[in-house]
Design a protein around this ligand. Structure first.
Ligand code: ADP
Ligand code: ASP
Ligand code: MG
Length: 417
């Protein structure tokens, strides 16, 4: 059986949903489980709803209405007649969301976040499943919250593999076409959890692992994995083959075309991952599998924007040693700050971090009690895997470099944005 994943860009409007159906028609739809993300930028819009709810912003109900209108517009394009039961179904899902917000008593932001943000995927999969039925494709709509079992770390939930394996193998009918949500799961209390932003690729890998799938295909708006994000770098080239190890490195350094958590479960069972174009589904795309490291073997460029460069030095010129470093790292962990690069000298320590959970100020305050701390926000971290001199020189041109680090395979610079 195969697992497919269609991301937000592939279902951003009615034409996108129709295209998903046509891809399934071309490449077959039996023995297939399809993982789907929220439509277009719905997750970002729901994040705004959550912030407005927290801040008691009177714009809240308008924001929900705008989101509902956008989905209803897509329904009108797809189903034409407003008599179709999908209109009432989607309306009821939005009512559910409003009821949750009215009744919620929990002050826990991350918990509220997951209960609300998950509506994006519930809505998109409901629409796709009904549309497939309309087009004559029998399918099972599956609620991923009954299948992907996690702990209760809201917004960054960890999978309980045993419970997930059990639920997936006893529920999914491998012969059929199944439609389910990426990104979401549930904890032991059946509260919704999420696997982290952009986590739908990872969901596809979880399903593939538990189903012993023959392959996973993630369908993208690019031809496959290129040697750089085409929105950022010029003259990018398609990578035909990447080994699991190399793909893990690329994703870890920030090649956002594959979510970094996706590869480990696939590698364990040697399930190949195909990254393919939903615009040209007949093209081969990129294969991530056991085999050659990188074909063609060329430098790969990666950028992570909106990073923070933190520099610490001891207050009394004493060395920064293991003891301080372990203390510093436990603070990063406490404030959910993800470290992307480390550089240390005898009395100073620099890290490039990601502030996606928004706890930077609290972290800095606590660090200042023990260290001399300076930090710069909005910096970019550039990485070149398999760099050569020409690649490094080309990248450095016109940039203000704050920090540079060279390894045997990897070149990294932190620059002003
Ligand atoms: P999805 O719709 O599945 O969420 P994403 O937007 O997350 O898709 O991923 C596709 C985008 O990833 C592309 O449009 C491209 O801009 C970006 N991207 C970043 N790095 C790469 C890369 N190395 N190769 C191809 N695309 C990349
Ligand atoms: N919808 C979620 C997000 O935008 C998950 C995903 O698309 O992978 O982060
Ligand atoms: Mg995405």
């Amino acid at each position: 059986m195969r697992v497919f994943k269609f991301g937000g860009a592939s279902v951003k409007d009615a034409a996108g949903v129709e295209n998903v159906v046509s891809v399934l028609q071309k490449v077959g739809h039996k023995n297939t489980l399809v993982v789907v993300s929220a439509m277009g930028k719905t997750t970002n819009a729901l994040e705004v709803v959550i912030e407005q709810y927290r801040d008691k912003n009177p714009e809240l109900s308008n924001s929900i209405k705008t989101l509902k209108d956008a989905h209803t517009g897509i329904l009108t394009d797809l189903f034409k007649s407003e008599q179709h039961p999908i209109f009432a179904k989607i309306s009821a899902i939005f009512d559910d969301l409003k009821t949750f917000l009215e009744r919620n008593k929990s002050p826990k932001y991350d918990y509220i976040y997951d209960q609300v943000v998950s509506y994006g995927e519930i809505i998109s999969t409901t629409i796709l499943s009904e549309f497939l039925t309309l087009k004559g494709f029998d399918n099972d709509w599956l609620d991923a919250r009954t299948l992907v079992k996690t702990n209760s770390t809201y917004r960054d939930a960890k999978v309980d593999w045993e419970a997930t394996q059990q639920a997936i193998s006893s529920t999914v009918n491998k012969q059929n076409l199944s439609i389910t949500q990426g990104f979401i799961g549930a904890d032991t209390n059946n509260f919704t959890t999420t696997l982290g932003r952009e986590g739908s690729d990872y969901s596809a890998a979880i399903f593939a692992y538990c189903l012993n799938a023959e392959s996973v295909s993630i369908w993208k708006d690019v031809d496959g994995v290129l040697n750089g994000d085409p929105r950022v770098f010029k003259n990018t080239k398609l990578l035909n083959q990447i080994s699991y190890e190399e793909a893990i490195e690329l994703a870890f350094y920030g090649a956002s075309v594959i979510h970094p958590k996706t590869l480990q479960p696939l590698q364990q069972k040697e399930i190949p991952l195909y990254v393919k174009s939903f615009i040209n589904p007949e093209n081969v795309g990129t294969s991530v599998s056991k085999g050659q490291t990188l074909e063609p073997f060329i430098p790969c460029f990666i950028v992570k924007k909106n990073q923070v460069l933190i520099s610490l030095s001891s207050l009394d010129f004493s060395f920064i040693v293991e003891e301080n470093i372990s203390e510093i790292f436990s603070l990063f962990h406490k404030y959910q700050v993800k470290v992307d690069l480390i550089q240390n000298t005898a009395i100073s320590f620099s890290v490039c971090v990601n502030n996606k959970f928004g706890h930077l100020q609290d972290l800095i305050a606590e660090l200042r009690a023990k260290f001399d701390v300076s930090f710069e926000e909005n910096v970019s971290l550039y990485t070149i895997r398999h760099f050569d001199q020409a690649a490094a020189e080309g990248l450095e041109k016109d940039k203000t470099i704050l920090l540079k680090q060279l390894g045997t395979e990897t070149y990294q610079i932190v620059t002003k944005q």
